[in-house]
Design a binder for this molecule. Structure first.
Ligand code: GLP
Length: 320
């Protein structure tokens, strides 16, 4: 347990420090009868790209066949007529992971898993949601902001929603469980402090989620050049929720750049609230080991506040 924050000079150093932590964990993993493979939880976004680069270029140090990975999330509603086409789309998280890490590893990881958001037909989903609006026996929207969890009861009369819940959501959680849970979870952060696609305002105990994305998330996907327009950018996703993410014994959160500054500061100095999912890091650190590796720009609002943080048992190491 504990909460450590490393502040680095820039994004490159952030990736170096993060990769030392990840490689250290990989090298110290000892397979046992209960746990034959080390289970890595991985994230997408531009933030962890440098980390994946360093891992790939150091692959001679470890046996990738001893590792299994689970990603946090995947879009629903990418362009493409079939699940295979959507999975191959250049903006799918499956494609991202393959490009950034998986295909660079020889031998590869023993298994890699990504939530199967591309299997969900967006049109069919939206039709089910629209035609049973406000009928809580079908589904319930959870969340206080625009981004919401589409919570599906086990007893939903909709065959399609029931399939989404059992196959896509519960199925993924069961798969994680079957490998003995995630040992080390890497996460990035959205501008407003979301994790994976667990959007701000969604209750923190939620586990696997079908999510209606927040406007800010959709806008940033366009702003960052992933999609041409707000219409083209997916409006739904499947994601691990904070309740599941924060079960790993070690969580490594990466953030760089000005855009993350406010969310990072509030998650450390403010109180724990579903409005800021990463604020749960404070609660989590009472049982688990939380490490932030953030660059100077993302750390700007906490620098000089180290004593306030250490009174909350959050320890800052300035590596600049
Ligand atoms: C998306 C992803 C998150 C990621 C965030 C920030 O919302 N689902 O997992 O943390 O984008 O991405 P970036 O690292 O590009 O800023």
């Amino acid at each position: 347990m504990g909460f450590q924050v490393y502040v680095t000079k820039d994004k490159k150093e952030m990736s170096q420090v993060a990769s030392q932590i990840v490689l250290g964990q990989i090298l110290s993993f000892i397979p046992s009868e209960e746990k034959e493979k080390m289970v890595l939880g991985l994230a997408t976004g531009s933030t962890p790209m440098g980390l994946y680069d360093v891992i790939a270029s150091n692959q001679r140090l470890f046996d990738a066949q001893r590792i299994v990975s689970f990603n946090l999330d995947e879009y629903v509603g990418l362009p493409g007529a079939t699940p295979e086409e959507r999975t191959r789309h250049r903006e799918s998280y499956a494609h991202f992971m393959s490009e950034q890490l998986f295909q660079k590893l020889t031998p590869p990881f023993a298994q890699t898993f990504i939530p199967q958001g591309t299997k969900v037909e967006e049109e069919k989903l939206v039709q089910e949601l629209e035609s049973h609006k406000d009928d809580l026996s079908y589904y319930e929207l959870k969340g206080t902001n625009f981004g919401k969890a589409v919570s599906i009861p086990d007893t939903t009369p909709s065959d399609y929603l029931s399939w989404v819940k059992k196959e896509i959501l519960d199925g993924y959680e069961e798969l994680i469980k079957s490998y003995g849970g995630i040992d080390l979870q890497v996460v990035g952060v959205g501008e407003k402090g979301h994790i994976g696609f667990h959007e701000c305002g969604i209750p923190l105990e939620e586990r696997m989620l079908l999510v209606k994305l927040d406007e800010n998330t959709i806008q940033n996907a366009v702003k960052d050049g992933h999609f041409k327009s707000l219409e083209e950018s997916p409006h739904y996703a499947v994601s691990m929720g904070a309740g599941l993410v924060y079960e790993a014994p070690l969580i490594l959160l990466l953030a760089n750049g000005e855009r993350k500054r406010e969310a990072i500061a509030n998650s450390l100095l403010g109180s724990v609230t579903p409005d800021l999912p990463i604020s749960f890091s404070q609660e989590y650190a009472k049982k688990g080991k939380m490490i932030y590796v953030i660059d100077e720009l993302a750390a700007r609002d906490i620098l000089g506040k180290e004593s306030a943080l250490s009174s909350k048992e959050i320890y800052v190491s300035d590596l600049r």
